[in-house]
Design a protein around this ligand. Structure first.
Ligand SMILES: Nc1ncnc2c1ncn2[C@@H]1O[C@H](COP(=O)(O)OP(=O)(O)OP(=O)(O)O)[C@@H](O)[C@H]1O
Ligand code: SF4
Ligand SMILES: [Mg+2]
Length: 486
């Protein structure tokens, strides 16, 4: 079961389950013998987004950007400093103890660490049954045990495990117990805080599939916090990208992966390892560390590390702009009021690997740019603006520009073009690979060996559907053959 197969839904006619508006959580910093407050850690600084029924919103970002604080503040496990959290219209922040106790049944959390989140002195029955008992959902020990056994079965564990202690389970099984505990009160919304990060890959897949099954069965909504983008992509309907306590970009899952607009999102995506090491990508290595949330940079929080930073970025805080329905970006680049007049600034955005192979700009971005900065030079490799990208070579540009060719065909095009550069390419001003690639903060990932001979005897056959590996073998074989001939 895949997340996207059952998911994308129209949100136009559905009321949000949760509406988060301007959520802030500041932790006071105290110093001295008098414990005076000398500042505050702005862990979450103005989050606004909605969560719809039966939806999973992924929350990603670097360590320390405030994901956990956001998740806990939304559940009021941490008292928010400011903002509104509306659950079915009623404000969680304003709720009194009695109201909060009622709301708590609908709002649950699955913790990251399956080892420390379960009390080692309690049996599984006590751990899962505690909330059932507290909220008076079942009366009598027999009824509680029956409900706990049902829940254990639902999460793929034996009902007979009720009497066991946490140390008698594997990590994956413990996480399932944590999930059963979260489900015990039949909630509508669960924060999954790095719920699978501590598990090995195969167990991760099992737990994610379990979460997806349970979502369909119980009509759950998740806020799925994680740093592994592939996991988030698998499970999420929409993804919010956080940096230093704020959301930088929010979009439907596939839109975010195919058309990331914010420079920070682009840098995160460029860091995903590519299955094909021969495919050349612009890897954006962000300079410096994440600034302190005690003293975040003025203007755009990302400006100290942004490859595209320009004039208003260090003074004016970007507002969230909806560039397409449901796709919000907090970046001046996409804001009509502050969009750059110097077209070369666009050239500093990285070139990301795209399924359709667009080498120069992410699909859709060209249209957005044209709308914002009419007439901007979209030739990202051109030298008209003096920010020439010198990390390209002819083969690479060609290979990425051909939208649906296989990786092997990319290699083939490279071989032909690089051995006999055409006049067209010279006109295109595609420059040599050997120059400094770090000039614009973009590091190129090596494409592997490009020295394949163009005399490959089997070149005609190699456009077949064979997979990359067998094609590679053919190339090596034909190289050896041509070596032998010479
Ligand atoms: N109780 C606290 N008191 C003071 N500062 C805190 C507290 N909890 C978190 N912080 C600070 O708030 C910021 C955000 O922390 P948080 O745990 O939310 O980050 P995160 O995005 O979940 O990180 P990770 O991916 O490592 O889990 C950090 O700078 C952290 O030091
Ligand atoms: S607002 Fe400026 S500094 Fe911030 S991400 Fe956009 S271009 Fe970069
Ligand atoms: Mg965390």
């Amino acid at each position: 079961m895949t997340a996207t197969a059952t998911k994308p839904r129209s949100k136009s006619n559905v009321e949000p389950l949760l509406e988060i508006r301007g959520l802030k959580k500041y932790f006071p910093v105290k110093k001295g013998i008098l414990n005076r407050v000398v500042g505050s850690v702005k862990a979450v600084d103005g989050l606004s987004f909605d969560v719809y029924p039966n939806e999973t919103v992924g929350l990603v970002g670097e360590s320390g950007c405030g994901k956990t604080t956001a998740g806990r503040s939304i559940l009021r496990l941490l008292e928010p400093s400011e903002g509104q959290i509306l659950f079915r219209g009623s404000d969680i922040v304003e709720a009194d103890t009695k109201e909060m106790r009622r709301l708590r049944r609908n709002l649950q959390i699955i913790f990251q660490d399956p080892y420390s989140s379960l009390n080692p002195r309690m049996t599984v029955e006590d751990i899962i049954g505690e909330a059932i008992k507290f909220h008076g959902i079942a009366s009598g020990n027999d009824e509680i045990r029956r409900q706990v056994q049902d829940l254990l079965e639902r999460v793929g564990l034996q009902p007979s495990y009720v009497t066991r202690y946490p140390h008698e389970f594997s990590g994956g099984q413990r996480q399932r117990i944590g999930i059963a505990r979260a489900l015990a009160l039949n909630p509508d919304f669960i924060v999954c805080d790095e719920a699978v990060s501590a598990l090995d890959v195969s167990v991760q897949a099992q737990v994610i599939n379990l979460l997806l099954d349970l979502q369909d069965e119980f009509n759950l909504s998740y806020l799925f916090i994680a740093h592994d983008l592939s996991v988030v992509r698998h499970i999420s309907d929409r993804i919010a990208v956080m940096y230093l306590g704020q959301i930088m970009e929010l979009a439907e899952c596939e839109t975010l992966f195919s058309n990331a607009l914010h420079p920070y999102t682009q840098s995160l995506l460029s860091a995903i390892p590519q299955p094909n090491p021969r495919r050349k990508i612009d890897r954006v290595i962000l300079k410096g560390d994440v600034p302190s949330p005690m003293n975040p940079p003025t203007g755009c929080r990302f400006h100290t590390r942004c490859p595209a930073c320009y004039e208003p970025c260090d003074t004016v805080q970007p507002r969230s702009v909806e560039v397409a329905p449901g796709h919000e970006v907090a970046c001046h680049l996409y804001d009509q009021e502050y969009a750059p007049t110097d077209p070369s600034i666009w050239n500093r955005l990285p070139r990301l690997p795209r399924p359709n192979g667009d080498a120069k700009l992410p699909p859709g971005v060209a249209e957005v740019i044209e709308e914002i900065t009419p007439g901007a030079s979209l030739d990202r490799d051109g030298d008209s603006d003096g920010v020439q990208r010198e990390d390209q070579d002819a083969g690479d540009a060609q290979a990425h520009a051909s939208s649906d060719v296989s990786d092997f065909e990319d290699e083939e095009i490279f071989t032909q073009e690089s051995s006999q550069p055409s006049e067209e390419h010279e006109e295109d001003d595609i420059t040599d690979d050997s120059n400094d690639a770090e000039e614009d903060g973009v590091e190129k990932v090596d494409d592997g060996d490009k020295s394949t001979s163009s005399e490959t005897p089997e070149s005609g056959e190699q456009e077949s559907d064979a997979d990359d590996e067998s094609e590679d073998d053919k190339l090596v074989a034909s190289e050896e053959e041509s070596d032998a001939k010479s």
